[in-house]
Design a protein around this ligand. Structure first.
Ligand code: HEC
Length: 164
């Protein structure tokens, strides 16, 4: 007998999704284990303590040590999808440098601050919650993997990448 007839092809993602929907199985279960987050190994002892609470905007913006820590953490954990050195090229995932970039064109100081806070909030939430749509995990959630010092260091690095 032809062995391909006894062993059906493994289910493809869309088939799995439809099957999951039909069975009513929780969607996060399908998304699990697709791309487990890789925790970065970085030494944050040179950074000021931030505490557990999240600030409205990046408290490490402008901190020189954070840029180096952020570059290392980024290349360990994010580059495989967002591209090496955050240069935005050859990457399947979005160019992270452009998040909040338009705030630089805002002349009014208070408005500019608000714009930056919004961009930081969007960045933080995207990273912590991940990107899971219709049960497909586009990016894993980083909550519990990245502490505030590391996440904000990555943010600091990414927004200055290409400018140094
Ligand atoms: C497994 C691949 C993968 C890894 C690893 C990954 N991302 Fe993503 N990320 C994506 C994809 C794909 C999207 C776009 C998802 C969508 O909106 O459909 C995304 C979206 C984002 C967004 C929102 C971008 C926007 O323009 O809306 C941010 C911010 C982000 N990622 C940050 C990070 C950071 C920081 C890391 C490392 C700690 C990281 N990502 C690691 C795949 C990944």
């Amino acid at each position: 007998m032809n062995p391909t007839q006894t062993h059906p092809a493994p289910p493809r993602p869309m088939h799995m999704l439809l099957l999951t929907l039909m069975l009513g199985v929780s969607l996060p279960a399908l998304a699990a284990n697709q791309a487990p987050p890789i925790p970065p190994q970085v030494d944050t002892s040179s950074l000021p303590a931030i505490g557990k609470a999240w600030d409205a905007s990046n408290p490490l913006r402008g901190n020189a040590a954070a840029l180096d820590i952020g570059r290392s953490a980024y290349n360990q954990s994010c580059a495989r999808c967002h591209g090496p050195d955050a240069d935005g090229s050859r990457a399947p995932a979005p160019d992270l440098r452009r998040i909040g970039r338009s705030c630089n064109r805002v002349a009014d100081a208070a408005l500019k601050q608000r714009c930056t806070e919004d961009a930081d909030y969007y960045f933080r939430q995207s990273v912590l919650k991940g990107k899971i749509k219709l049960g497909i995990e586009h990016m894993p959630a980083w909550e519990g993997v990245l502490d505030p010092q590391v996440l904000w260091s990555i943010r600091s690095y990414v927004e200055t990448a290409g400018k140094r």
